[in-house]
Structure formats: structure tokens, C-alpha cells
Design a protein around this ligand. Structure first.
Ligand code: TXE
Length: 457
């Protein structure tokens, strides 16, 4: 059997060999999922809810183990990894409330009774990237299962370990075998089979805009609905009337969290020209003080990049760039972490036409650009193909409302950088995606509406 090696990005040392699933084996998993899904959809809603609550409890009991696994496989700082593992349990708990609430409608008609049903699609294929392996997977599988679907999940080649463990925990929690299957392997084989297989009736994809566009085209050929969560180049807009100390202190976390490998990273800081110099003065100590190093330590704020080749890509963005200042990272002579894929947080002063002002870096590099007034700020914020997240810093309520309505992004926050709460909708506009995940309606997104008319005459 063909395998690939999973590497610890903090040390560059191998962790485990993982199977590359062949197409025939993917087909067998899908066939089993199709079979078990009928029974799952047929049980009482409360039984589905109970099963998901049990799954949530088992995940809760394994938060530390899952977190430690993510530290090794992804280099996430332990505190972040604990948050991620707990988040999976919370997402499961939240959507465990959905089965009894997937109500249809009764629509007034003459000569009978008209009602709608939310029917599950059947088998849902979920394709996950390497940046947040556990959380992004749960945004798909929890509501999909709650709605009565079976799930086949493909983790990224670089980071399959927590997904594999979640698959085992589902069985420990008593979910029927085959209902939630984790299928490891390459995107071009396993991921593409989810797209092309006629029995996978919906696909959820998170990853690059390039591959996402391909996945959507493949799904279109099969007339298969698809949810896409893609790249971002989100703006952190700082007006002169903002609490500058707070805005500057929080800006590094908003872009360097997860080493910038976050689709919501506020990777462009747009600063009103009159406070541009003052803001940079405040930003510099915050960046230099950002703690980069051993992900196992609770004091660490940022770990390594995910791979050597990704580090090369990120480095490429600094060619010809005007670097203002940088934070620190373990160097090659560090005994424990010298071989890891480290990259120090970097602040670049950019011009509007620069590549770094438009393209997603997906690393700890932030571009700072000045703007003139509110209209200019909105224009600049929207000057990208993406539209995922963003932050607005101002003490003027009217301006906050106007700018929040003017910026074409799916998830915005004012005087904070929050993006993800499992009970609020998440997703992007423009090249950042299609459809929404999380929030009160996510389980319904994994159903098709059926309308039935019962004649009474
Ligand atoms: O993503 P891919 P990668 C961006 C980011 C990053 C770049 C590449 O800039 O550097 O994308 O990351 C599977 N059919 N983002 O290589 O290739 C693949 O196996 C079906 C931004 O991880 O898009 C993996 O499971 N599936 C983004 C998943 O798709 C395929 C998050 C994502 O892989 C496939 C991640 C195919 N033909 C990366 N090819 C964000 N902004 O959140 C690959 N896959």
C-alpha cells in the first residue's frame, strides 16, 4: 500500500506513515456510507441528537490528547490547540440540538394539506485543508450528521492525525461504523472521487481558491451542491478616531495567529494617514513582543509554518518588499527546533499596486497601507478579489455602521477581531467562497426541501 509521511513542522522530524487510499477503496467507503445513512436518517430525531451529544462528550474527554496531537502534527501552540479541540465538542453539542428543530412548513392551499420536509442529501463529502484540521472538519461533519447525512471526510495530506482520531472517537461514542469515515490520501484521488462519485450528493471544500474553483466546476458537471471556504486578504481598518493603543496591541494576534495560516488573517492593516506614524510606533513593540517558539509551551503565541515548501512560498513575498520591522523566531542553530519551518513575524510597508497588498500570503507577513478618508478606506478594503473577514477600528458609531455595510466581506468585526463563533454564520464573498457554514441554519444547508401535497377532496 502506498503511504505518505507526516512531519512535525516544529522539528522537521517524521511522525507517522499514513495510507494513500486508492479509488476502489474510496468507493467502498462511500458505498458503506450510503447504506448506513438510510438507517441513520430513519431513527428518531432525539436518538440522532443523543448520539451526537455522546460524540461531543467523548471529544470533551479527549481534548488534551487531541490538542497534543495537533501540536505535534501542525505546530499549533498548545493553548490554541486546546481551544480547537474544545471547539469541536462545542460544535457537536450545538448541532446535536438540530435534529428535533429541522421543522418544515405547512403552507395554506385549497383542496388539501401542503407540507415541506428537510430531507438529508445522503452522503456528504468534506475536503479539509491543513491550517485548522479539527475545527474546519467539525463545521462540516457536525451539522451534516445532525441533518441525517453520512459523512466521508478527507483531511489534508500534511495534517491528517486529529481527523483520524476524531473518526475513532466517533466509534467509541457509539456512532455506527461507516457513518462518519475519515479517508486519507491525496486531493487528486480521494478529493476528486468525492466530486465525481454519483453517491456523494454534496461537497464541502475548504482550501485554496484555485483548487476550490476546480472542485466547484467538477460539482457543476455532476449538478452537485458545493460549499466553498477559500482564501482571504482581510483588511484591519484603523481610523484616526480609534483607540489606537488597543488597535495596535491586538493587530499582531489578528494576523500572526496560527503563523498567519488563517483564511481570516487581517493581513492588510489600513491606517488613516494622520495617525499612520503613531500607529506604526505602537505596532512595533507589539510585533517584537510576539512569542514565537516551542508550540508545547503555554506562553507561546506562534508556532512554525506547516512545511518547508510553504516557507519558501512565504519567503517569496518578501522579495523587493519594504520590511519595516520583524519579530523573532528560533534560528537554525537552535538545538531543539533548528530544523523547523520557522518564519519571524514581519511587517511590510506596502503601496497599493504591490503584490503583497493583493495576494494571500498565508504566512506571518502583514502589509500596512495608509488611506485618506472613509471613502478611500472602503475602496482600499474592497481592492482585492477576496471578501472573507475584516476589522474596523473607530469610536464613531455611524462610521462603524457605514463601513461595515460598505466592505464586501462575509464576516466583519468592529473594535475586535472575532471571526468564528459556532452559533453565528461564517463564510466569504467574492473569491473567498460560496455558501455559509456554522450559525443557526447550518444543519438546514445539509438538506433538500421536499414539498408534499395531500389531497383532502
Ligand atoms: O490547499 P489545497 P493547500 C491556500 C494557501 C495555501 C494554499 C495551498 O494560500 O498556501 O492554499 O494550500 C485537497 N480535488 N489555502 O495545498 O491544495 C487537498 O488534499 C479535490 C487557503 O493545502 O487547496 C486538501 O485536503 N480536492 C485556505 C484540500 O483540498 C483536492 C486554506 C486543500 O488543498 C484537490 C488552505 C483536487 N484536485 C489553503 N487538490 C484558507 N484561506 O483557509 C487538493 N485537494
Amino acid at each position: 500500500m502506498s503511504t505518505f509521511t507526516v512531519i512535525n513542522p516544529a522539528t522537521a522530524r517524521p511522525i507517522r506513515e499514513i495510507a494513500r487510499t486508492a479509488v476502489e477503496d474510496v468507493d467502498a467507503v462511500i458505498a458503506r456510507a450510503k447504506h448506513i445513512q438510510r438507517a441513520w436518517a430513519g431513527i428518531a430525531p432525539v436518538a440522532r441528537a443523543d448520539a451526537l451529544r455522546r460524540f461531543a462528550r467523548v471529544v470533551e474527554e479527549h481534548v488534551e490528547e487531541l490538542a497534543q496531537l495537533e501540536v505535534r502534527n501542525s505546530g499549533h501552540p498548545i493553548e490554541s490547540a486546546r481551544w480547537e479541540a474544545s471547539h469541536v465538542a462545542q460544535v457537536l453539542n450545538f448541532y446535536a440540538g438540530a435534529p428535533e428543530r429541522l421543522s418544515g412548513q405547512q403552507i395554506p392551499v385549497s383542496g388539501g394539506l401542503d407540507v415541506t420536509f428537510h430531507e438529508p442529501y445522503g452522503v456528504v463529502g468534506i475536503i479539509v485543508p491543513w491550517n485548522f484540521p479539527m475545527t474546519i472538519a467539525s463545521w462540516g461533519f457536525a451539522p451534516a450528521l445532525a441533518a441525517g447525512n453520512a459523512v466521508v471526510l478527507k483531511p489534508a495530506e500534511l495534517t491528517p492525525l486529529t481527523a483520524i482520531r476524531l473518526g475513532e472517537l466517533a466509534l467509541e461514542a457509539g456512532l455506527p461504523e461507516g457513518l462518519f469515515s475519515v479517508v486519507t490520501g491525496s486531493g487528486s484521488v480521494v478529493g476528486q472521487r468525492f466530486v465525481s462519485h454519483p453517491d456523494v450528493r454534496k461537497v464541502v471544500f475548504t482550501g485554496s481558491t484555485e483548487v476550490g474553483t476546480d472542485v466547484a466546476a467538477g460539482c457543476a458537471r455532476e449538478l452537485k451542491p458545493v460549499t466553498l471556504e477559500l482564501g482571504g486578504k482581510s483588511a484591519n481598518i484603523v481610523f484616526a478616531d480609534a483607540d489606537l493603543e488597543k488597535a495596535a496591541a491586538s493587530a499582531p494576534g489578528a494576523v500572526f495567529d496560527n503563523a498567519g495560516q488563517d483564511c481570516c488573517a487581517r493581513s492588510r492593516i489600513l491606517v488613516e494617514r494622520s495617525v499612520y506614524d503613531r500607529f506604526l510606533e505602537l505596532l512595533e513593540p507589539a510585533v517584537r513582543g510576539f512569542t514565537v517558539g516551542d508550540p508545547a509551551l503555554e506562553t507561546t503565541q506562534m508556532g512554525p509554518l506547516i512545511s518547508a515548501s510553504h516557507r519558501t512560498t512565504v519567503e517569496g513575498f518578501l522579495e523587493g518588499a519594504n520590511v519595516a520591522f520583524r519579530g523573532s523566531a528560533p534560528s537554525s542553530d537552535d538545538a531543539a527546533f533548528g530544523d523547523g519551518f520557522w518564519f519571524a513575524p514581519t511587517v511590510v510597508l506596502a503601496d497599493r499596486g504591490d503584490r503583497i497588498a493583493h495576494e494571500e500570503v498565508f504566512g506571518p507577513v502583514v502589509a500596512v497601507l495608509p488611506f485618506d478618508d472613509e471613502t478611500d478606506a472602503v475602496r482600499l478594503a474592497n481592492d482585492t478579489i477576496y471578501g472573507l473577514a475584516g476589522s474596523i477600528w473607530t469610536e464613531n458609531l455611524g462610521r462603524a455602521v457605514r463601513v461595515a455595510r460598505g466592505v464586501k466581506s462575509g464576516v466583519l468585526s468592529v473594535n475586535s477581531h472575532s471571526s468564528v463563533r459556532y452559533w453565528t454564520p461564517f463564510g466569504g464573498m467574492k473569491a473567498s467562497g460560496l455558501g455559509r457554514e456554522l450559525g443557526p441554519d447550518a444543519a438546514e444547508h445539509f438538506t433538500e426541501t421536499k414539498n408534499v401535497f395531500f389531497a383532502t377532496d
